[in-house]
Structures are given as C-alpha cells and as structure tokens.
Design a protein around this ligand. Sequence first.
Ligand code: SAH
Length: 367
Amino acid sequence: MNEPGKINLLDLDREGLEAFFTARGDKAFRATQVMKWIYGQGVADFHEMTNLSRALRADLGECAEVRLPDIAEDQLSDDGSRKWLLRLEDGNCIETVFIPETDRGTLCVSSQVGCMLNCSFCSTAQQGFNRNLTTAEIIAQVWVASRSLGNRPDSTRRISNVVMMGMGEPLLNYDNVVHAMRLMLDDFGYGLSKRRITLSTAGIVPAIRKLREDCDVSLAVSLHAPDDRLRNELVPLNRKYPIRELLDTCHEYVGDGRRRVTFEYILLSGVNDTDAHARRLAGCLEGIPAKVNLIPFNPFPQTCYRRSGPARIQRFFEILNQAGIVTITRKTRGADIDAACGQLAGRFNDRTRRRARLTTAAQETRL
Ligand code: SAH
C-alpha cells in the first residue's frame, strides 16, 4: 500500500533512476542493478535484491518503494486472451489485456483512466474521463502481466509486443507514456525493440511530430473514415486535426524508408463500410507508406452501431488489396471477457472531467 513520502521507483526511467542514486551520493550504476531486479526478475521487495548491500537495501526501504496496483480481477478467455482489472491507489480501475498468438504475445496497455475524446463507437468514451495514468501505473501493467504469465520461454506466453491501445489517448498523456515506453525499450527494462511497441492515437498532430523526435516507436492511427465530414462524426478530434493534415504528419513520421503507418479502420455497418468508402480510403492513402488494419466493430451496451457482415468486410478488404494497400482484418479476441478492442471500460466513479477541453489537456502535456 502507498506509504506517503516514499518515491515510487516505477515512476523513473533509467535516466531518472540514475539521477535518484547520484543525488543520494551513490553510484549511477545502481540504477541498472535495481532495474534488473524490478523488470528482469519481477522483484518488488528491496530485501530480495541480494547484490545490494544490506545497508543500501535498508536505506532504500526508508525513502523508496516499488508500488504496484492490486489485481482486482484476472479473467481468462476461451481463446487464451487474458484480462486484468487493476485497482489503483485512488480506487479507480483500469484494464490490461494479453493476446497470445502463435508467433507472439501482445500486451494491450492503458494510458488514462477513461478517455476525453468521445469517439462515438468506443465504450471507453461512454465512461468519460477521469485522469492520466502515472508512468508507474503504465509500466506496472507490463510488470503485473509478465509476472502473472510467468517468465516462460515459449513466445506465446511471453510479452513480445506492446500496443498502447487500451483505455485512453496515449498522446494526451505524453510525458508519462514516453517515460514508460523508454522503460519498455531499455535493455535493463523489458528490452523490446521499437518495432515491437506500437502507439495508437486518434491523431493528435503536434504530439505525433514530437514523438518522432523523442521515441519513434511504431505508429498506428485510428482513421475510421475516408472524409472529414464522416470522421468529424466518428472521431470528434478530427475537427481540430483534419484528415489531410493528419496523413501528412503520419507520412513525415515514417519517412519514405521501410517503415509504415498502420491505419485502423473499424467497420460499422452502413456507416463507413461501402465500396465507395473503400475506394475513397484507398485514394486518401495513395503515396503514404501505409498498412490498413480492418477491425470488425465490437459492440457494447447502448451502442447504436452494428458490425459489418463477413461478406462486406471481405469486399472492403479486396478493394483495398486491389489498390495495392497492405491490408489485414483483425481477428476479434477476448470478446467473451469484454477484452476486445473498444470494450475496455475499467471502473471508476468520478467522471466529472468528461468535458475537460482538449486544449487544456494539450497544454498540460506541453504540446
Ligand atoms: N485513443 C487511441 C487508443 C485507444 S483505442 C486511439 O484512438 O487509437 C484502440 C483501438 O480500438 C482504436 O483503433 C480504436 O478505434 C479501436 N476501437 C475503439 N472502439 C472500438 C470498438 N467498439 N470496436 C472495435 N474497435 C474499437
């Protein structure tokens, strides 16, 4: 449980941890020693960090801790996906999902308690917005999941990929998300490569530009419509950063080399899934190093949308494919435990900040 006045070491990336130790008159390399315990071994108790002197362990125990959320629920889907409901210190709950596949294990991580973007097809939006997660609360999701999964060598039980696609808009919690991703990338953290971490955004243009400088992980963008009129309706953020500006920024992000931006496109029956929409989408993406991820809509209580039928999805897929766009249709996983895309709702009460304005959020993250 939280002890006031103690610094949570999960809040510090390697640089921060080095500064912490040098400020105490200790050596900077203590940072990597401690990181190996915390992230490599899953150890949270200083007493178990046996290559540190007894005196240092006792000292650390006085001023610092490795503070983790409680696991409120741990659910396993029939298809092997697993979802944790994590209770934070203030009582709010967030969700994290593990999706095993034959050649990889992907962890879907949340960045905020709720979300303020209000996308019309997303269940998190219905919950409203409460607050940003701290760096510690973001990296703790990886810690809890890898501990629960066990450090087994078979890749399907191991976290080989992380997607920032859980609850919240990661680029509206910029600093904490970047710090947490640096810990995922760090050789003494989780040692993942940039290719294996994907940040998904609804399209906060200035933050995408900044991310390219700070931590250029793989980028996914929730597009969902091929024209501004429809996208304004589905993703209200589009009124601030319209499609053309967003696509140009994505192109700059990956350049003209081998990298591609993934564009996510939920198929909503009768809304954005006609042949004409597919052709317009192909037109929009011309010249951009793109990959399209078609996502069958996952319903949740009180939604007015319906999932497109399999034949419609197939036709949409073919049109994009024929236009030369690399396209995949995402398989729905974990629906039986409400763990599929857009179904993460968490649990929290204070939703009063739902209408917090985007400009304020952008200022808070110094964009
Ligand atoms: N805010 C970020 C990340 C969270 S959403 C973003 O917008 O990208 C992660 C992905 O799930 C997005 O592509 C989002 O559009 C998709 N999603 C949201 N609701 C969904 C639903 N009901 N069914 C299927 N996918 C959904």
